[in-house]
Ligand binder design. Structure first.
Ligand code: ZN
Length: 194
């Protein structure tokens, strides 16, 4: 089932989501929700989706960066962003620690549809969480995978990328493509007075 992705302005996107209990994780409702969120993310299409984005204040998010999508993108872009395939992951009740230097790229959100901006994020992160079976796991991620995790964990705390962006870089997706995609980030920042 495809769920409705809600847009900025809905209060649930600004609330701190509540943790799930182990019993809830094993329940039919949550297992169905995970399957529907996965389908909704593919359909959007997106590389991550958090429960608040479908209107539910729960500490649950799904992510995946699929090889068949990456094959359609220029290899320089994938290299620059350190974007590699990420298998389907479910993160529940996560805690995130940022590691390494901060890097900046354009980033968008399915709940701020049609826009993007330069967002500084840690290059490496560690996420401790439960998976879809309720097992404790640790995810160590770099590059784009680390960025997706930071974006999704932010959603579970009521934070959107627009809270972290360089506001001068806020752009429609069309203008990002038209003016900025081909330029190095340093040139984008110089042109936008960042
Ligand atoms: Zn988002």
């Amino acid at each position: 089932m495809r769920l409705k992705i809600i847009q900025a302005g809905e209060a649930v996107l600004r609330q701190v989501a509540r943790p799930l209990t182990p019993e809830e994780i094993g329940s039919r409702e949550i297992q169905e929700l995970i399957a529907w969120m996965r389908e909704t993310m593919y359909d959007a299409p997106g590389v991550g989706l958090a429960a608040p984005q479908v209107g539910l204040p729960l500490q649950l998010a799904v992510l995946e960066d699929r090889a068949e999508v990456l094959q359609t993108l220029p290899s320089e872009l994938l290299q620059e962003r350190e974007r590699r395939p990420v298998p389907f992951q479910v993160i529940i009740n996560p805690t995130l620690s940022a590691e390494g230097e901060t890097i900046e790229f354009f980033e968008g959100c399915l709940s701020v549809a049609g826009f993007s901006a330069l967002v500084p994020r840690a290059r490496r992160v560690r996420v401790d969480c439960l998976d879809e079976h309720g097992h404790q796991i640790s995810i160590h991620a770099t590059g784009w995978h680390a960025r997706i995790l930071q974006h999704e964990v932010d959603h579970l705390h009521g934070i959107l990328y627009i809270d972290r962006m360089h506001s001068h870089s806020f752009s429609t997706l069309d203008n990002q493509k038209k003016y900025w995609d081909a330029k190095p980030i340093a040139a984008v920042k110089a042109a936008l007075d960042i």
